[in-house]
Structure formats: structure tokens, C-alpha cells
Write a protein that binds this ligand. Structure first.
Ligand code: FE
Length: 347
């Protein structure tokens, strides 16, 4: 659930706490978060319990957070920024919204391919979890062999079957940006056109809505992030059990580029007033407790590979070939992809 607290309230709250910050108990952290997962409450309360640092949180989507940071400028109360898309993390870094962290712990725990390189400006971000963008299909009407590549989603054989959320959503823009790298511009645009031609309905809703629409028979094929699917796979609700019984799952492009992966991560805000607390929070996210939560709570793959996890859904998805396209490439490609979406009418 998203609680969008007015920024004025956060600013006032932070100021009050700062003015009375004699005791350690009064330490505070202002967090701008695009993580929209109810189970994340455990992350925040775990941090406060471990450190005594209270969290003031502003929830919005990635685009909303970036716009807000830009308009607030140096007056921004944000200390830590959490985003759920690699290209948006890259964009924020390029736009100078982050600052250097210089944490040995973070650089040791988080693998190099899941964090930014330190630039000359010193801006840094760190990925704390990963997710796959995969295909679900109706076992009643679709053969897995017809949907085991992203490319096939745009082929005529799948006409009238495809459902996705908006093409302009960051999860899709990042997948399409990666495909642009594999296919080149003409083939990518033809692929996007093919997907528009194959739509069972105008793009709407979130990934979970697409999964349900496949189970109900409205759609034959859908794209979803792995954690939405895993959440349903672990659900005891009878209606979710029914959905899972009716759908098949494919990790696309195993024989070629690999399944598209995305990263959720965070950074210290450029104008953070509580920098020590901000670094502590990022370090907490890289620790055993939080890393285990990313798997157990929100069904993501932890960035720290040694994390002990007990998640039957992630186990069921198994090991697979993951795509490797540099985050900066995907970020740059997103702009070109959005123009293609406009041309082919992918809503
Ligand atoms: Fe999501």
C-alpha cells in the first residue's frame, strides 16, 4: 500500500527531530522509497530495532521520486533513495541525485555487476536484490514452446493472446531496452509492433493483474516480474491456488540472450542531512537479516549470493541463464524504445 505523505510534513518532522537530536534515540532517516511491497515494513522496523534510528518515509513510484528530488534541489530532506528499476537508478546517478558512499562493507558484500562504478563525481548506487521478467501462459490454450523466447511474443502465431501492463512502465522499458541491444533498432521496432498486433486487450493494470487474466482465459500469455508470480505460488488463498494451477511459467531466451533481469537498489541522496544514518541503512540492507528478507519477504533474489534463504517458490523457479546487458546501455536505450512505443501505438 502506498502512503504518499506530503513533503512538508516530512521536512517539519525532520527539522523537529534535528533540533532535539541530543540523544541517540532521536536519530532519524528520511527515506524516499519506490519499493511498493507491503512486506517491506519488516525491513524498516528491523533497521529501527537494530540501530534506534527512526525512518520517515515518502512512497512514490520511481519517476515521481526522481521528479521530486529534482524540484527540491539542495533543500531536499531525502537521505536515502530506493528505486526498483536499474535504468532509473542509472538515470538518477547521471542526473547527479546521489553522492559517494565509500563503504568497504557495501563494496565487499554487493557484487560489482550489481552496483555503479564510482564516477569522477563520486555518485554511487547499490543493488540489493534482483528480479526476472518472465512469461506466464495458459496451459489450456498455449504451448510453452511457442512462448519460450521474448521474440515469439511478437510473432503472428500468438495473435490475440498477449497481455502486458503499460509499455512505458519501467519494467517493460528496461526489458525492451535490453532487447534493443540484442536485436538492433529495426527488429526491435518490428517486435514491438508484433506485440501490439498480438494484444488480447489494451495494456492495463499491474503484473499480478496479467497473471490473473491468463488464468481467467482473457489472455493466453503475459509478462510478469518473478516476485509477483512467486507471491502467488506461496499463497494459501484458494483463488490464488486456482490461478497457479492454470498457468505455466517460462524463463525466456534460455538458448540465446538469457532471461531479462532487473535490480532494486538504493543510494545516499546528494543533499542528505543525515549521511551517517543513510550509510548505516544501506549497510543494513546488505546485511544477513535484510538480505534474507528480500528472498523470504518479497520473493526477490538477494544480491549477496551466500544469503541463506528458505523460499520454495524461488527454488521452484530453479536456476536459469540470466541476461547480461550493462545497466547504462539499458538506460540509454529506454529513450529510443519509448519513441518506438509511440510510433507503434504500444500504450
Ligand atoms: Fe513491482
Amino acid at each position: 500500500m502506498s502512503v504518499f505523505r506530503p513533503i512538508a510534513q516530512v521536512a517539519i518532522c525532520a527539522a523537529l527531530l534535528a533540533s532535539s537530536a541530543a540523544g541517540a534515540q532521536d536519530k532519524v532517516l528520511n527515506l524516499y522509497s519506490a519499493r511498493h511491497y507491503q512486506t517491506d515494513e519488516a525491513l524498516y522496523s528491523g533497521f529501527t530495532k537494530a540501530t534506534g534510528i527512526k525512518i520517515n518515509r515518502v512512497d512514490a513510484d520511481d519517476a515521481g521520486i526522481l521528479a521530486r528530488l529534482k524540484s527540491e534541489g539542495s533543500a531536499s530532506p531525502a537521505d536515502v533513495i530506493l528505486l526498483v528499476d536499474a535504468a532509473r537508478l542509472w538515470r538518477a546517478e547521471v542526473d547527479g541525485l546521489f553522492q559517494p558512499v565509500h563503504s568497504k562493507l557495501l563494496e565487499t558484500r554487493i557484487p560489482a555487476n550489481l552496483r555503479s562504478k564510482e564516477t569522477s563525481e563520486g555518485s554511487q548506487w547499490f543493488g540489493f536484490s534482483t528480479r526476472a521478467r518472465l512469461v506466464v501462459y495458459s496451459k489450456a490454450t498455449v504451448n510453452s514452446a511457442d512462448v519460450d523466447t521474448y521474440e515469439e511474443l511478437g510473432e503472428p502465431k500468438n495473435k490475440g493472446k498477449l497481455c502486458t501492463r503499460s509499455g512505458s512502465h519501467p519494467y517493460n522499458l528496461s526489458l525492451f531496452g535490453a532487447m534493443l541491444e540484442h536485436l538492433g533498432p529495426p527488429k526491435t521496432e518490428a517486435w514491438l509492433q508484433g506485440m501490439v498486433d498480438n494484444m488480447a486487450r489494451t495494456p492495463k493494470g499491474g503484473d499480478t493483474d496479467q497473471i490473473k487474466a491468463v488464468a481467467s482465459g482473457e489472455c493466453g500469455i503475459a509478462l510478469t516480474n518473478s516476485y509477483y508470480l512467486a507471491r502467488m505460488m506461496r499463497s494459501d488463498k484458494p483463488e490464488d491456488r486456482k490461478v497457479i494451477e492454470r498457468i505455466g511459467v517460462v524463463m525466456p531466451n534460455q538458448a540465446s540472450s538469457g532471461t531479462h533481469m532487473n535490480v532494486a537498489g538504493g543510494a545516499v541522496a546528494r543533499y542528505a542531512k543525515n549521511k551517517a544514518e543513510a550509510v548505516k541503512f544501506l549497510e543494513y540492507l546488505a546485511g544477513n537479516e535484510a538480505q534474507a528478507y528480500f528472498a523470504g519477504g518479497n520473493n526477490e533474489w538477494p544480491a549477496v549470493a551466500s544469503t541463506k534463504r528458505a523460499n520454495p517458490a524461488l527454488d521452484a523457479l530453479g536456476s536459469f541463464k540470466a541476461e547480461k546487458v550493462p545497466v547504462a546501455t539499458i538506460g540509454v536505450n529506454q529513450v529510443k524504445v519509448q519513441q518506438m512505443l509511440d510510433r507503434v501505438g504500444y500504450k
